[in-house]
Design a protein around this ligand. Structure first.
Ligand SMILES: [Zn+2]
Ligand SMILES: [Zn+2]
Length: 293
């Protein structure tokens, strides 16, 4: 009898999954089937950037930044998953500053939507309304490796997370960008490699003006000179030759949690270009960020 009761309990929990606290709002709402850990209410409120208005930085609203005279931004384009609304700011704050690492999988899967968007754009595919809404409602389309291999869609070669300083890493215990990149890397089968290092600790960027940020960030990053990382990169470049992929530039995606002025991405892209040049490799650099302010 006891066995039967426990079996009934299990069966019931399969039919109606227990309502655990939503990672976004903390309430016990009906769980979303598509986005693990969040409730359907929060899911319906995600401010997806479905159609970027600025083709360069992926901003959803009119963008004066990209037309300013800071010289050309050394990336092909940035794509972000969500608009940085006050709700999204709260969620990013929980993840980044209050150390809620449990948010990493769902935020990573959300970031993967920006990858999917970039992939379709770069493959020259026009998305109609239905396939676009599918893109933002189904987070697990291509975990299957056979599907991935069969796909003729554009694919990146490497993901490079924006590094955090040693000070920040010990404060936070994890690199928020690296955790997000891990999810995209798993989903897409695109390797992640720490090709960048932080050369100095910069004070919190959120309190600074645009001009201060740009100046501050200029020399904040450099190519990673770790011999193991460089060896992996060299072997990877060599394997591209055997697969005759070296005719096209190496496609690198910088991954970060947020794109504000673009100063971080700009500095990272500059450092990556320098690293690639030193290895006689031409690179095309993109960026994926979870939020666009
Ligand atoms: Zn919720
Ligand atoms: Zn822009």
């Amino acid at each position: 009898m006891r066995q039967l009761t426990s079996w009934m309990k299990q069966a019931r929990s399969l039919i109606a999954p227990s309502q655990t606290e939503c990672l976004f709002c903390g309430r016990r709402g009906r769980p979303s089937h598509e986005w693990p850990g969040i409730c359907v209410h929060c899911q319906s409120g995600i401010p997806w950037i479905r159609v970027p208005r600025c083709q360069i930085c992926g901003r959803h609203v009119g963008c004066p930044d990209c037309s300013r005279s800071n010289g050309p931004i050394p990336i092909v384009c940035n794509r972000s998953t969500v608009a940085y609304t006050s709700d999204m700011r709260e969620i990013l704050g929980q993840y980044k500053y209050r150390g809620n690492e449990r948010l990493a999988p769902v935020l990573g899967l959300m970031l993967d939507r920006a990858y999917a968007l970039l992939q379709h754009e770069q493959s020259g595919q026009q998305l109609n309304g239905a396939s676009q809404s599918n893109l933002f409602s189904k987070p697990f389309p291509i975990l299957h490796s056979k599907l991935r291999m069969r796909s003729n869609l554009w694919q990146a070669d490497l993901l490079v997370p924006v590094p955090v300083s040693a000070v920040r890493l010990s404060e936070r215990g994890f690199n928020q960008a690296e955790r997000l990149a891990e999810v995209v890397s798993l989903q897409r089968g695109v390797p992640q490699l720490p090709l960048l290092v932080r050369t100095h600790h910069t004070a919190k960027q959120s309190f600074k003006s645009r001009k201060e940020r740009l100046a501050d960030m200029k020399h904040a990053f450099a190519g990673n000179t770790d011999p193991v990382v460089l060896q992996i990169l060299k072997e990877y470049l060599h394997s591209r030759m055997t697969h005759q992929l070296e005719q096209r530039p190496l496609r690198i995606i910088i991954v970060d949690d947020i794109y504000t002025t673009g100063s971080t991405i700009r500095a990272c892209a500059g450092a990556l270009q320098q690293l690639c040049r030193s290895l006689d490799c031409t690179a095309e650099i993109y960026s994926l960020t979870w939020a666009r302010s």
